[in-house]
Write a protein that binds this ligand. Structure first.
Ligand code: 13P
Length: 250
């Protein structure tokens, strides 16, 4: 099933989140897509309560600590999220790597902790414009996967390919190029499944970076792209509903 995930980043208070849901939910009712809203910690509880009765929309957080509890001021643990009914969590988003010193080692700890508490992590990988210019895209992504996925189960996992130069820039990666890189990630995952003697379950791989209502149909027409992770366009309920309800080629 295609995964259509919104990442609200640091947007919307509780009232705005509820108003959004009221408009968004009817527009996607009965959808056969896996719809996911990754919202700020402060909006999780109020949305969880509403979604328990709405159904069809899952909740995700945008980060998680690796310990279940402890003296970690300002952090949120996996059991705190599952207690609210959260099922997914974004891990290693490029904004966390870029602005908050996130490392592959910590990404790895978060992934393992999320999985062991029953959360499905969404691991974000992707190259900078400079790395792309230097021909380092593939090597960089493979290194992020190699370091991030040590000891991580290759089931109960979603990966998002988010080229940093495409995030919030309006410059979407060409669908064919996103398809190529995602194909490469898929090959690597199936290699890691083989060498790690893990079941060859399919890990869904999403594209993220300036996904909009006017490019979603072309992106989802690509065979390797299992879904999208949407920032800016997920903030508007009508835009995001149009993305959820993308049209498939005849
Ligand atoms: P934009 O859709 O605003 O480019 O953001 C993408 C993103 O970072 C999703 O995680």
């Amino acid at each position: 099933m295609a995964v259509i995930a919104g990442n609200w980043k640091m947007h919307k208070n509780r009232g705005e989140a509820l108003a959004y849901l009221q408009e968004f939910a009817p527009l996607v009712a009965g959808s056969d897509r896996e719809i996911l809203l990754c919202v700020p910690f402060t909006a999780l509880a109020v949305l969880a309560e509403k979604l328990a009765t709405t159904g069809g929309i899952a909740l995700g957080a945008q980060n998680v600590h690796w310990e279940a509890s402890g003296a970690y001021t300002g952090e949120i643990s996996p059991p705190m999220l599952t207690d609210l009914g959260v099922q997914y969590v974004i891990v290693g988003h490029s904004e966390r790597r870029q602005y908050f010193g996130e490392t592959d080692e910590r990404v790895n700890l978060r992934l393992k902790a999320a999985q062991s508490h029953g959360l499905t992590p969404i691991l974000c990988v992707g190259e900078t414009a400079e790395q792309r210019q230097q021909g380092l895209t593939e090597a960089h992504i493979l290194a992020q996967l190699a370091q991030g996925l040590v000891g991580v189960k290759l089931t109960q996992l979603i990966i998002a390919y988010e080229p940093i130069w495409a995030i919030g820039s309006g410059h979407t990666c060409q669908p064919e190029e996103a398809n190529r890189v995602i194909g490469l990630i898929r090959k690597e995952i199936s290699f890691l499944q083989q060498v790690g003697n893990q079941p060859a379950d399919s890990v869904r791989i999403l594209y993220g970076g300036s996904v909009k209502p006017d490019n979603i149909d072309d992106l989802m027409a690509m065979p390797e792209i299992d879904g999208v992770l949407v920032g800016t366009a997920s903030l508007d309920p009508r835009d995001f509903a149009r993305i959820v309800n993308y049209r498939q080629p005849d």
